[in-house]
Design a protein around this ligand. Structure first.
Ligand code: G16
Length: 544
């Protein structure tokens, strides 16, 4: 097999963001673009850590072409073994699992997650390390540095490979094995949950689930796990045919983009549990009959009821949340007398805590939750956690929420996103907020007054690495908060995220809608961040 050394030049801006390199698909379609970036990944790996790699993506438009290029490149670089998902498809948590199970040196994940797919839409590539975790910043920086100086890459002259499960190819020193996209992951789930208990509840009619796959990667996983193994009827597994453009939708499971599921769960036909997952299967939305469960509450309730989940029967040890995620988890952790870590946004920051066994459950406001079984957030797993809790407690999700709020107080939580901002204006907002403590301390809104304003800085307790400038926190005297940060996953203009959290401890005031409850705080946030005067925007683009 011929190996060609291809002369190339660096591309501007191949800098990984919150979760890998995400750009418009036509940027990735430029000649050399994918090969440059993947060669930069390979070059960032020490020679003895290129033995076995996993490759898979969420199946979005351009996945199939990019996979073929990556296989040529990995053969060209002499990687001994490559495991690739059938059709080039693996959900993000399934990649993480396969890396861990096969003791691979890492994996290459093709996804732009919840961003839309199709011509003119988004694409992405990221690298996960040997523990299955998105690469830490030291590695993404090394990859970025390589992209700036790259002048050649090595490509094997392979034919187009048919990626059917079970196929195996040998070229020079490389073996490529095509694995079923779902099987290993489904087996893992069966070791973590009591499938007999859940399926008995489903089959007896005492527990029902409606799942929306949003025409994204989890469709086949949902059909196998919820349908074949747990007995959920086909007509309750919506949009489970994976499509390269996600059916033209926005595969982001929240109240706005999973609106049909939201409306169904608020209606008279609702099931006990409603759930949706995103483009690459790591995000989730959870609803009970007539109740939206915010991701922060979902995380806190999973922690509270961890004894209903076989994986966590031996105890949680510790838990972690990203900084903007609500403090509901902290209160449960305090009650359980376990540690609660606060990390910057980005799943990669949980990796060390999980690897060290300091935490077993993590989550983020951005519709992500997972445990120590993989090193990615995991949508299907979260649904199984909720099915386990409901099957065990035999109480509705709505009732569980109400009980939780009565015991721990309710963090009324929502997020206002201001999309389409010019990057320099977005930065001006952040800069002026960072220096605003003197001006803001003592400002009142209703009964609350600003107690502290700070810029979040994280020092990793395991390796001492430091992440600066991870968002501005405005903290009130009753622990309510407004957090500001810039999104790191967009592909064109900047997005300012404003996270609103008000803690209501009085049970009789805990039944309101979170978006409405936080309206005044959202206006206050717009004013103190001077969003209107700097950008002209009086209202956020999206409220979730
Ligand atoms: C990615 C990361 C998440 C993070 C989210 C935040 O999610 O994996 O850990 O919370 O980005 O996005 P942003 O920077 O836009 O606020 P995903 O699902 O896009 O991979």
């Amino acid at each position: 097999m011929d190996i060609q050394t291809v002369v190339t030049q660096p591309f501007e801006g191949q800098k990984p963001g919150t979760s890998g390199l995400r750009k418009k698909v036509d940027v990735f379609q430029q000649p050399h673009y994918v090969a440059n970036f993947v060669q930069a990944i390979v070059d960032a790996l020490p020679a003895d850590q290129r033995r076995r790699l996993v490759v898979g993506g969420d199946g979005r438009y351009f996945n199939a072409e990019a996979i073929q290029t990556i296989l040529k490149l990995l053969v060209g670089n002499g990687v001994a073994e490559v495991l690739v998902g059938a059709g080039g498809i693996l959900s993000t948590p399934a990649v993480s699992n396969l890396i861990r199970q096969s003791k691979a040196d890492g994996g290459i994940v093709l996804s732009a997650s919840h961003n839309p797919g199709g011509p003119g839409k988004d694409f992405g590539i990221k690298f996960n390390n040997a523990s299955g975790s998105p690469a830490p910043e030291s590695v993404t920086q090394a990859i970025y540095d390589n992209t700036k100086s790259i002048n050649e890459y090595r490509l094997a002259n392979l034919p187009e490979l048919e990626l059917t499960a079970g196929k195996e190819y040998s070229f020079n020193n490389t073996t490529i094995r095509v694995v079923d996209s779902v099987d290993d992951y489904a087996q893992l789930m069966q070791t973590l949950f009591d499938f007999d208990q859940i399926s008995a509840a489903i089959k007896s009619g005492s527990l029902s689930l409606c799942f929306d796959g949003m025409h994204a990667v989890t469709g086949p996983y949902a059909r196998k796990i919820f349908g074949d193994l747990l007995g959920v009827q086909k007509d309750l597994l919506w949009n489970c045919e994976a499509l390269t453009d996600f059916g033209g939708g926005h595969p982001d499971p929240n109240r706005v983009y999973a609106k049909s599921l939201y409306d169904f769960m608020m209606g008279s036909e609702a099931t006990d549990l409603g759930a949706a997952s995103d483009g690459d299967g790591d995000r989730n939305m959870i609803m009970g009959r007539g109740a939206f469960v915010s991701p922060s509450d979902s995380l806190a309730l999973i922690a509270q009821h961890h004894q209903s989940i076989p994986q966590f029967k031996s105890g949680l040890v510790g838990v972690a949340r990203s900084m903007p995620t609500s403090t509901a988890l902290d209160r449960v952790a305090q009650h359980l007398n376990i540690s609660c870590y606060e990390t910057p946004t980005g799943w990669k920051f949980f990796g060390n805590l999980l690897d060290e066994g300091l935490v077993r459950l993590c989550g983020e406001e951005s519709f992500g939750t997972s445990g120590d079984h993989v090193r990615e957030k995991d949508g299907v797993w979260t649904v199984l956690c909720w099915l386990s809790i409901l099957a065990d407690k035999k109480v509705s999700a709505r009732e569980l929420l109400a009980q939780h709020w009565t015991s721990f107080g309710r963090s009324y939580y929502c997020r206002h996103d201001y999309d389409g901002l010019e990057a320099d204006k977005a930065q001006t907002i952040m800069d002026q907020l960072a220096g605003s403590e003197g001006k803001l301390v003592g400002r009142r809104i209703g009964p609350m007054s600003v107690a502290e304003v700070n810029v979040f800085r994280y020092e990793d307790p395991v390796d001492g690495s430091v992440a600066e400038n991870q968002g501005v926190r405005v903290i009130f005297d009753d622990q309510s908060r407004v957090v500001f940060r810039l999104s790191g996953t967009g592909t064109d203009s900047a997005t300012l995220r404003v996270y609103l959290e008000q803690i209501e401890r009085d049970a009789k005031n805990q039944g309101a809608d979170a978006i409405e409850y936080n309206e005044a705080l959202g206006k206050f946030a717009n004013e103190i961040a001077q969003i209107q005067s700097i950008t002209g925007l009086t209202e956020p683009t999206v409220k979730t």
